[in-house]
Design a protein. Structure first.
Length: 448
């Protein structure tokens, strides 16, 4: 089969754009409206998306600090939500975020293995290190861990979770009523991990799913983040404004994956894209301008501050003047650098900057017709910029429906995107290999 674009749908119920909740098409209670999330999942599946993705935070972010702005002050815990959505879909994957900094490996392994079974093998874990002081104060700390320390803990955390997911071999359960043998004790394995951050005996009390274990996803762009992703992730979400920076990241990740002894084809790079889609470019521009006009100034400033590390005081600043320097923090260093670069390369004022990043927080915003958007996606896909894309519709459900009805058919006409799901698992639809356990025989691995 010819290589095709993979697509994730990043669908926070409150919308992506910080003013999306003010748009008449967007439910004002979308973030905590289960029926609306069901509708979004079914719409994404109609569009043949690989997965429904959700980010997550561990503290309230007032104003514009996260997707949806104030509409996301409250929201569902992603694994809980996806467990509710899974029965309403058949093929769509569910990628939920969980923190290696503030959660224990056993709990993470258990809840994602459970979601994987509930969904029939359609779960993915987005590995994050959680970079805010507010989150630290919710988890028994006065301040967040330093950046490098967070990534050391993350690397060990992922390693332990993967070991726990191998507690039971794929054929461990016999369940023979006549003999009374329920499982083969020789195919159950303790974890026995002792490391710098964790001591975990195991085994996990959840069995494996049809896809072996959940797909591992990661989104770090710093040097530490890149190495963790190349060593452990199967899908990597990333943020770029230009093809040349996307290519540098793509080639670097593939090289690092190869250095870790991995098949680079099984490490999928998927930049975020926020599309304003119209039947014409003028129609798309009108949609962009309408949503931009709804931004509340204080939310725009809160967004810039959050993405600049949380210590940039813009009170009283000239909004039509340049962005002042931000003090260094232990927050998301790659995103801080990206926001600074967007401002400098475009000579944006503070106001222009928050207008531009209001929909995608540093991911690429495209305003155009279906043909223009497909042209951009194709260029990145065919020139070592991406294996696929994480689509961030600016407001919901219209932004998602526009993409499904206008862009998807254009990609299909070009032979770049599926016309039907290939498999029943997330791993299968992404074209990823089955993860055999450490205990599998060489013959079974060779047969895969």
């Amino acid at each position: 089969m010819a290589r095709q674009i993979r697509l994730g749908a990043f669908l926070p119920g409150g919308g992506q754009h910080i003013a999306s909740w003010r748009h008449p098409d967007q439910p004002v209670d979308g973030a905590t409206n289960l029926q609306f999330h069901i509708k979004l999942a079914q719409e994404a599946e109609r569009g043949l998306f690989d997965a429904y993705f959700l980010a997550d935070g561990l503290a309230v972010a007032f104003g514009g600090g996260i997707e949806g702005g104030n509409a996301r002050v409250v929201g569902f815990e992603p694994v809980t939500l996806f467990s509710a959505l899974a029965p309403f879909t058949k093929h769509l994957g569910f990628i939920a975020t969980a923190s290696t900094t503030y959660e224990e490996p056993y709990s993470v392994a258990r809840k994602f293995a459970s979601l994987d079974l509930i969904s029939g093998g359609r779960a993915g874990w987005n590995v994050v290190t959680t970079a805010t002081e507010a989150a630290a104060r919710n988890f028994n700390r006065d301040q967040q861990l330093p950046h490098a320390a967070r990534y050391r803990r993350a690397a060990e955390h992922v390693s332990v979770v993967k070991k726990l997911w191998e507690s039971f071999e794929d054929d461990a359960f016999i369940r023979d009523r006549e003999s009374g043998v329920y499982f083969d004790v020789n195919k159950v394995h303790r974890t026995d991990h002792r490391g710098e951050h964790f001591k975990v005996e195991g085994p996990l009390n959840v069995s494996r799913s049809p896809q072996g274990h959940p797909v591992i996803v990661q989104a770090g762009q710093s040097d530490d983040g890149r190495d963790l992703a190349a060593a452990t992730a199967e899908v990597i979400f990333t943020a770029h404004q230009k093809l040349d920076t996307a290519q540098e990241f793509y080639r670097d990740i593939k090289a690092r994956a190869r250095a870790h002894g991995r098949n680079p084809a099984h490490v999928l790079v998927m930049p975020g894209v926020s599309p304003f889609v119209g039947r014409t470019e003028a129609e798309a521009r009108e949609k962009y301008e309408r949503l931009t006009s709804l931004i509340i100034e204080e939310d725009g400033l809160a967004l810039i501050n959050a993405l600049s590390g949380g210590e940039l005081d813009l009170a009283g600043a000239d909004l039509d003047g340049p962005l002042p320097p931000a003090p260094p923090t232990e927050g998301m260093k790659s995103r801080q650098d990206l926001i600074r670069r967007i401002a400098d390369e475009n000579n944006f004022s503070i106001r222009q900057l928050y207008q531009w990043i209001a929909s995608a927080r540093g991911h690429y915003t495209i305003v155009g017709s279906a043909v223009q958007i497909a042209d951009t996606l194709q260029e990145w896909f065919e020139n070592e910029g991406a294996d696929g894309f994480n689509i961030l519709p600016p407001w919901l459900p219209t932004g998602l429906t526009d993409f499904v009805d206008l862009v998807i058919p254009e990609l299909q006409r070009r032979g770049l995107f599926r016309t039907a799901y290939e498999e029943n698992t997330l791993r299968g639809n992404l074209g990823l290999s089955f993860p055999h356990t450490r205990w599998a025989s060489p013959a079974s691995e060779a047969a895969e």
